[in-house]
Write a protein that binds this ligand. Structure first.
Ligand SMILES: [Zn+2]
Length: 205
């Protein structure tokens, strides 16, 4: 574990650090999870994602509901990141597996994701048909757009594929935050001018 770095400086280390996901979003999703500028998700990757999601599920912390969930996210790097649900005695603070997996992807450098697999259920290893909750759909949309492939389980161990756009149509996203008339990225590429907080002490007299 590297504990160096912290909050100090280095905000410009990663390209696009302070920029939101900018892949084409839901408008041209067309319901095809394979479409866009990312390589198609292969059968092998689907198998790996399900395998990793099931392994993550076994590490879930769900002492209150007994409902364990595991999720695995495929980043644009090709790496897989996992998460499990983490409940809390203050029930409302419980964290879903999908959002935990997306957070793991981001902290490991995969801000953009190509696919998410989610498996879970109640007691034992039995899996029920499961889809991401609304909060998770919003978070998956942020990092995967409308074309992210969402892999869920069906009866008897089968799996079901859907695009993010199918599960979460007309999603709210970064595009809605664009200020009218303001040209995005006015400071060219590398000028990652953080944000304009420096305007505080204008010394103009
Ligand atoms: Zn959720």
């Amino acid at each position: 574990m590297e504990l160096s770095g912290g909050m100090a400086g280095e905000r410009g280390d990663e390209p696009g650090l302070n920029k939101p996901f900018e892949e084409p979003l839901e408008s041209d999703a067309g319901g095809d999870p394979q479409a866009v500028g990312s390589p198609p998700v292969t059968d092998r990757e689907i198998g790996l994602l399900l395998q990793e999601a099931r392994a993550a599920r076994r590490r879930a912390y769900a002492p209150y509901s007994g409902f364990t969930v595991g999720a695995a996210v495929l980043g644009f790097s090709g790496r897989i990141h996992v998460g499990c649900n983490v409940e809390n005695a203050s029930y409302g603070l419980s964290l879903c597996a999908e959002r935990a997996a997306v957070a793991a992807a981001v902290v490991n450098g995969d801000r953009r994701i190509r696919a998410v697999a989610v498996v879970g259920g109640g007691a034992g290893a039995v899996e029920i048909s499961l889809t991401p909750c609304g909060a998770c759909r919003q978070v998956i949309h942020e990092h995967g757009g409308g074309k992210v492939m969402v892999i869920t389980t069906g009866p008897q161990g089968t799996f079901v594929l859907a695009s993010g756009g199918e599960l979460f149509p007309r999603a709210f996203g970064a595009a809605q935050l664009a200020r009218p008339g303001a040209e995005r990225g006015s400071g060219a590429d590398g000028t990652d001018g953080t944000d304009g907080t420096g305007g505080a002490n204008q010394a103009t007299e």
